[in-house]
Design a protein around this ligand. Structure first.
Ligand code: T46
Length: 134
């Protein structure tokens, strides 16, 4: 089964412009407890390079694009987030990396839990060991 799970966010655009509605429990498979967004990423910068023990998230580029890599400890896949109606589900115990941010990229992230630094695994070797114990 593919690691990359894309979510088609319902587009309600009309002749006036675009509108995408995101609702917990409908297009998003968890209750949303936190929302954050990443923007103004400098050229050549990369982000992520960690996994979460429990957190689930959906990420969507509401403007611009970036390349998302997901890794479950056995295989690694990537995809472009390049549409405000294309979300990607980032499950727990998935290593994520974000690359190639466009100048206009705004990456919106919906999270299942409040911020908890203790939920992060920021060392790839530790992540691989934890995957073997799952
Ligand atoms: C993820 C990817 C997609 C907070 O204090 N509260 C928050 O809600 C967040 C997200 C971050 N922070 C602090 C933690 C760090 O001191 O902000 C700083 C930057 O966070 P970080 O280096 O983890 O950012 P990214 O872009 O590497 O990763 C973020 C999320 O942290 C992470 O959960 O999955 O975006």
């Amino acid at each position: 089964m593919s690691i990359i799970k894309l979510i088609d966010l319902p587009e309600l655009s009309d002749s006036r412009g675009g509108l995408v509605a995101i609702e917990s429990g409908l297009s998003i498979p968890f209750d949303i407890k936190r929302v954050y967004y990443i923007f103004g990423t400098c050229e050549g910068m990369v982000r992520g390079f960690h996994a979460h023990k429990a957190l689930e998230q959906v990420a969507v580029c509401v403007s611009g694009k970036c390349r998302m890599i997901l890794d479950n400890g056995k295989s690694r896949e990537e995809c472009w987030l390049d549409s405000p109606s294309k979300g990607i589900l980032i499950e727990n115990m998935q290593w994520r990396e974000m690359h190639d941010f466009s100048d206009d990229c705004v990456l919106l992230v919906l999270a299942s839990e409040h911020y908890d630094e203790g939920d992060y695994i920021r060392d790839y070797q530790v992540f691989l060991r934890e995957c073997e114990n799952v």
